[in-house]
Design a protein around this ligand. Structure first.
Ligand code: MN
Length: 488
């Protein structure tokens, strides 16, 4: 199990009795938080830090411990911050600075100087915060009593994000074919993606998959068909077309397992040896936590896998979506998001139907796909773009809504949503920011989860929400361009 170090700062000025008490308190707090983090990560208590040497030793250990995904830091007493300089320069794990106390309330009747000297994080955490700011260390500061639900929730969100960042390291992404010819926004710097996020993105010839497809047995296809009919309603007589997709998915399962792949892309422009574009095959696999990007969009595929990892056991749906068309009724504008085929069934608000329809693009046989209406509720849409000198995340708050009327002739799964704060502002902001037509949509995550991920990976982030004002937003974009220029 992955772990988070709980590091408590002090100094050797206070004498043994005070330090023993601080040690006891911090151990109790670490154990309490360990119980609250559940399966995300174990909170491991570490010996209280009294000297620069101890601080450095502990931060070096955390940085080199491959099981350690993050550290929580807290100054129980005052801890002169020059003793943290070497340690913090060595620290290479995400940090949560927990600004809290062992005691919730003040003991008004009995409080004396001993109590104040023992419980002085109000003092010590400011000294520690200064040195973090002076060193330019990105960290998450959470203030409040550590047993309060709101504080625990923030620590849990931090831990989920840290686990996702850890998951990124060495994450492998397969591109079957390249990105769609002439398309700009789905392209990107794959070397930089690996330097920045740890994503190892590689091209594979579709022939590598075709070879596996041709080796799939009838029994394997039967097993996959049973999986489909257990989960979805068969709504076609063209069973052969569905079996073809089952064959693709069985081959994909083998390929992903063999190559240890967490996300993949395909493209309708490179399907040599396949008679259909993967439809239900891609859809069913996406619902199992695998990231997917169509048209060779590796950034969306990778981001999809990471966001599913971040969502983990939290309620809600996460997957790839594409902005397709609008209902522009004034004041009640709605977006219709869908794709040629590949919408994850995690977004299904109605039981998915397996259907076979012609696909106008690509010149292949009619592909089998899952068709359904979407879920409703609060969510976010997140797009990653390559600005040439840095990556940018665009995160918009959206409200998923029930489609106002049936769409009996639309042969693909669909979601409908409203962008915040209103269509005119939200859509314009997205376009000013350069957000793609591909995004990862989630009802499990919030903008705060994306903010944490962006902070931990040092990625630029712009947020579109109910407070977005276009004038301020455009100025923010200009400042971000300026910042990138200064950083070179
Ligand atoms: Mn697309």
């Amino acid at each position: 199990m992955k772990k988070i170090y709980f590091i408590t700062g002090s100094q050797d000025l206070y004498g043994e009795a005070t330090l023993a008490q601080a040690e006891k308190d911090s151990r109790e707090m670490a154990e309490f938080l360990n119980g609250k983090l559940g399966s995300i990560a174990a909170v491991e208590h570490t010996p209280i830090v009294k000297t620069a040497a101890e601080a450095e030793q502990l931060c070096v250990k955390a940085s080199s411990d491959t099981d350690c995904i993050a550290v929580i830091m807290w100054m129980h007493t005052f801890s002169p911050a020059k003793m943290w300089i070497r340690a913090l320069k060595a620290l290479r794990k995400p940090m949560l600075h927990l600004h809290t106390q062992y005691n919730e309330k003040l003991p008004y009747d009995s409080i004396d100087m001993d109590f104040m000297n023992l419980n002085q994080s109000a003092h010590g955490d400011r000294e520690f915060g200064f040195i973090c700011t002076r060193l330019g260390i990105k960290r998450e500061v959470v203030a409040g009593y550590y047993k309060h639900d709101a504080v625990i929730e923030k620590i849990r969100s931090f831990a989920y994000a840290a686990a996702a960042v850890d998951f990124c390291k060495g994450m492998r992404v397969a591109m079957f074919g390249n990105n769609m010819r002439d398309v700009a926004v789905t392209d990107g710097d794959r070397v930089e993606s690996e330097i920045k996020f740890g994503w190892n993105v590689n091209y594979y010839g579709i022939g590598d998959l075709v070879e596996l497809v041709n080796g799939v047995s009838e029994a394997e296809i039967d097993a996959k068909m049973k999986e489909y009919t257990d989960k979805y309603d068969m709504d076609t007589d063209n069973i052969a077309a569905v079996r073809e997709q089952a064959k693709y998915e069985a081959a994909l399962d083998k390929f992903l397992a063999k190559e240890n792949i967490s996300a993949f892309t395909d493209t309708f422009q490179d399907l040599h040896g396949l008679s259909q574009l993967p439809g239900i095959a891609a859809q069913n696999i996406m619902a199992k936590g695998i990231g997917f990007g169509p048209e060779g969009d590796y950034k969306t595929a990778a981001l999809g896998a990471v966001m599913q990892k971040m969502a983990a056991d939290r309620a809600g749906a996460t997957g790839f979506m594409e902005d397709y068309t609008y209902d522009l009724t004034e004041g009640d504008e709605l977006e219709l998001a869908a794709h040629m085929l590949e919408v994850s069934p995690v977004f299904a608000g109605t039981k998915p139907k397996i259907q076979v329809h012609p696909l106008g693009i690509g010149g292949k046989s009619d592909p089998a796909r899952l068709v359904f209406d979407g879920i409703s509720g609060k969510g976010i849409a997140v797009s990653m773009i390559d600005m040439g000198n840095r990556f940018r995340l665009v995160c918009a708050e959206i409200e998923l809504v029930k489609q106002p009327e049936p769409m009996p002739k639309l042969p693909v799964a669909r979601l409908m949503w409203k962008i915040k704060p209103d269509f005119a502002t939200g859509a314009a902001a997205w376009i000013y920011a350069g957000g793609a037509h591909h995004a990862v949509v989630s009802t499990a995550l919030t903008r705060d989860d994306i903010r944490l991920f962006a902070k931990m990976t040092g990625t630029e982030l712009v947020i579109i929400d109910d407070k977005t004002d276009l004038n301020t937003f455009e100025q923010q974009l200009e400042l971000l361009d300026l910042k990138a220029k200064i950083k070179g």
